[in-house]
Each structure stands twice: as structure tokens, then as C-alpha cells.
Write a protein that binds this ligand. Structure first.
Ligand code: 5AD
Ligand code: SF4
Length: 445
């Protein structure tokens, strides 16, 4: 019987893509994917620790596997990713989750094959978490979830140390992949039929700063080279720190047709005082000017953002500043979070007198305003024709097909027999909701 694997992924796109590498490594060992977790011979949890609820959900999932492990002791249960880069979590796993057989970190993911071998031959649990972050492992096998769209990592780590954020501690310092490696990977993807790539990094705007020797590289140049040197049709990227967003990038976004008309630009707070406490290194005014400049030079662009409410010391006036800026800028969408203290970060030591109830009220108010704005933004597409990359049957609405337009809007349309995932099609938009557009395929265009 061929051995089967099941991977559960928490967190950001970086983790989703790391799971594709885990799947690639397991495939190279002869494993195939299990459709049900109960059928798997190895179960991996690729974890996230950016907020506490991600950690709690992981432990909940792992707790639920105790009976399965008791029934089938040969089953391997593994944990990897950001959560296990924290010594406090490894100690907890050691103590409270004896049926977890394998623990490995973000810096030694490539070791999975030898670590599985070690578990199988030693018969005891294997815990191997590196804290070094210097190396980039190229040429690992990747089993991609989709054929027409792909994630491409351009850099690892983060140097920013925003006061609330655990990422720099668990992903290490910024390391850029060499442009030749990135371009070669994209050329291979195009050959395999990929139409759209999303370039990944915690802060893509500092791409190239650490590359030594040879020519100078920056993110705007990388985007242009990808556009010129490859036949990829659409380029997306995330995430951008506002303090590093260059004029050159604003220009490239506005002028390169292959670069999608969407920018995810985390605001985090609209109060200069809170931004300072957060160590974001821009003011409300600087962000506002940046957003205005981006929209002036690129009127069709969709802006999305991340916002944290309830950062330690955030007062009512600070929150009102955030609301006012959100309304003024008019984001197409926002991911909104209640601040979650992370052990080892500076913010975790700051006094936080605001009650949980107050934070929840603020979150609800912010989401209400943002949802109204998102709806208006989406309604502006009614009566227009927009180009959609077909993804296939809609997850939310199985009677329909879905895809995304350049602005990253989710577009629903009725299934059409001649279409298949990966087609770029014109869709005439008929209606809109807060999170989706709906339209009809224009076959005659
Ligand atoms: N609490 C709440 N939200 C957080 N984020 C990062 N760290 C925390 C935290 N401790 C949010 C930020 C970031 C997004 C990925 O997660 O908004 O941009
Ligand atoms: Fe975290 Fe800030 Fe780095 Fe983003 S830029 S990963 S929020 S430290």
C-alpha cells in the first residue's frame, strides 16, 4: 500500500507555499495525498503564531488526533512552521502532547525526509528546530496546489520588528533569493502553463537590499525584469511595508501592464501616536500622502490593508483617527484584527488598560464601516467589463464558477462549457456584494 500524507496549514501565504514544499518532499519519498486525515500515515501541521487564536486552533486540532494515534501507533504526527520556532511552544508540546512524533522549524523544513527516517528508525520522537536563518535552500521539490496560478517566494524573513509582531523572531532576518533563480523558476512555471504568479515576502519592498556583489537590485526592477523576460501574464505580490515603498515602484505599478492593479498596503493604525508605539516608522500623514500618490498615478488600483485594533495604549481618539483615515482612503478591503500579545515582543510588555469588550466594539465598528466602503467599491464595477482569470467551481457558491480580476476582486459567473481553469476571460459585471462581483462571460469579445 502506498503511504499517504495529510497537511493542515495555518496562517499566511508563505505557510501555504511552504506546505507545497512539504508536499513536494513527501511526494519525492513516494507518499501520495490522503483525502481524509484518518487515511494518512503521516499528518503534518504547518503552524502560525502571529495571533494566539491560530495557536489555540492548532492545539485543538492536534488534541483531536489522540485517539487516532492510540489506534494506530505507527502513524506519524508532525508539527512545523512558525509556532515551533518558539522555545515556549516546544516545551509545551514536549510536556502535553506526547503523541506528536516530529517537530521541525521554518529554517530546516528541507530536512523532512531525514527527520521522517529518524522517527521511523529510532522509534522515538524527533525534535529538531534550527534557529539559524542564513541559508536559502533552492531546488526543493514543490507540489503546487494549482496549475494556472503559483506562489513564488522572493525573500525570506523580516527586519522590521514591529512592536506587536512575532514574525522576525520566527522567520529570521531578510534574505533575498537571487534574481536569476526567481526568473528561472517563473520561466519554468510559464512553460508548465501558469498564467499568474504571486511574489511572496514579508516585506517585498526591501527585496535586494541584502544581495551583495554584482548589480544593484530592488523590487521595482525585479517586477520589470519578470515582466520583460518572461511570458507570465499576471504578476501579483505581497506584502509591502509603506515605509519602503519607492517612487520607482509606484511608477512600475502604474505602467507595467502585467502587474495587477492591486496593492496590499498594511496601515495597522491611523494614529501617529500608535504607529510610533508600534515601531512602524511612518506617520498618519506620510501614509495618507503615499496612498494619495499611488491612486493619483494609478487611478484604477485597488488598495487593501491590515489593521490592528486594541494595541496597548490605544485610546478612543486613536481609534477615531483610524476610522477617519479608513473612510478617507477608501480601501477595497481590509483584514482587521484584535491585538494579540505575543511573548518576547516589545508590545507584550506594554500596559494595556483597555478592556476586551471595548476592543471587540471597536473591531465591529471598523468592520461595519469597511464593509460599507467595500460594497460601494464593488458596486462601481457594475456595468463594466473586467478580465477574470478562471479558477473553476466557486467554493462559496457551487452552482457558479469564480475567478479574480486584476484588482483581486472575486468574480462569480455562470459555468460555460468551453471554459477551463487558467483561461483569461472578459466578464460583464451585473451585480455586486461586499465581497464579490457577479457577471456574465462575454463570449463574443
Ligand atoms: N496581534 C494582532 N494582529 C497581528 N498582526 C501581526 N501581529 C499581530 C498581533 N500580535 C497582523 C498585522 C499583520 C497581519 C499579517 O497580522 O496586521 O499585517
Ligand atoms: Fe511583522 Fe512588521 Fe515584519 Fe510585517 S513588517 S512581518 S508586521 S515585523
Amino acid at each position: 500500500m502506498p503511504q499517504k500524507y495529510f497537511i493542515t496549514t495555518f496562517g499566511c501565504q508563505m505557510n501555504v507555499h511552504d506546505s507545497e514544499t512539504l508536499a513536494g518532499l513527501l511526494t519525492s519519498l513516494g507518499y501520495s495525498p490522503a483525502s481524509l486525515i484518518e487515511e494518512a500515515d503521516i499528518i503534518l501541521f504547518n503552524t502560525c503564531c502571529v495571533r494566539e487564536n491560530a495557536e489555540n486552533r492548532t492545539y485543538g486540532n492536534i488534541g483531536a488526533l489522540k485517539a487516532l494515534k492510540q489506534a494506530r501507533p505507527e502513524l506519524i504526527i508532525g508539527m512545523c512552521g512558525c509556532m515551533v520556532q518558539q522555545p515556549s511552544e516546544v516545551a509545551k508540546i514536549k510536556q502535553s502532547y506526547p503523541y506528536v512524533d516530529l517537530v521541525f522549524g521554518t529554517h530546516n523544513l528541507h530536512q523532512l525526509p531525514e527527520l521522517i527516517h529518524k522517527v521511523q528508525t529510532s522509534g522515538s520522537r524527533v525534535i529538531e528546530v534550527w534557529d539559524t536563518d542564513g541559508a536559502i535552500y533552492e531546488d526543493l521539490p514543490i507540489r503546487r496546489a494549482e496549475t494556472f496560478r503559483a506562489w513564488v517566494t522572493i525573500m525570506y524573513g523580516c527586519n522590521n520588528f514591529c512592536a506587536y509582531c512575532i514574525v522576525p523572531y520566527v522567520r529570521g532576518r531578510e534574505r533575498s533569493r537571487k534574481p536569476e533563480q526567481i526568473l528561472a523558476e517563473i520561466q519554468d512555471l510559464v512553460r508548465d502553463g501558469v498564467k499568474e504568479i504571486t511574489l511572496l515576502g514579508q516585506n517585498v519592498n526591501s527585496y535586494g537590499k541584502d544581495l551583495t556583489g554584482g548589480e544593484r537590485w530592488n523590487f521595482a526592477r525585479l517586477l520589470r525584469e519578470i515582466a520583460y523576460q518572461t511570458d507570465i501574464q499576471r504578476i501579483r505580490f505581497q506584502t509591502s511595508h509603506p515605509k519602503d515603498l519607492s517612487d520607482d515602484l509606484i511608477e512600475t505599478l502604474a505602467t507595467e501592464a502585467k502587474v495587477c492593479r492591486h496593492l496590499h498596503l498594511p496601515l495597522q493604525s491611523g494614529s501617529t501616536r500608535v504607529l510610533q508605539l508600534m515601531n512602524r516608522r511612518y506617520t498618519r500623514e506620510q501614509y495618507r500622502q503615499l496612498a494619495a500618490e499611488i491612486k493619483n498615478r494609478n487611478p484604477g488600483i485597488a488598495l487593501t490593508t491590515d489593521i490592528i485594533v486594541g494595541f496597548p495604549g490605544e485610546l478612543e481618539g486613536d481609534f477615531q483617527d483610524t476610522l477617519a483615515l479608513v473612510s478617507e482612503i477608501g480601501y477595497d478591503g481590509a483584514f482587521t484584527f484584535i491585538y494579540s500579545p505575543r511573548l518576547g515582543t516589545p508590545a507584550a510588555k506594554m500596559a494595556d488598560p483597555v478592556s476586551e469588550a471595548e476592543k471587540k466594539r471597536h473591531l465591529a465598528e471598523l468592520m461595519k464601516i469597511q464593509n460599507q466602503i467595500s460594497l460601494v467599491k464593488n458596486q462601481a464595477f457594475i456595468g463594466t467589463v473586467t478580465e477574470v482569470l478562471v479558477e473553476g467551481v466557486s467554493e462559496r457558491n457551487p452552482g457558479m464558477w469564480s475567478g479574480r480580476n486584476s484588482q483581486n476582486k472575486l468574480v462569480h459567473f455562470k459555468p460555460v462549457s468551453q471554459l477551463k481553469p487558467g483561461n483569461l476571460i472578459p466578464v460583464s459585471i451585473i451585480s455586486a456584494t461586499t465581497f464579490t462581483l457577479e457577471g456574465e462571460f462575454l463570449s463574443s469579445v
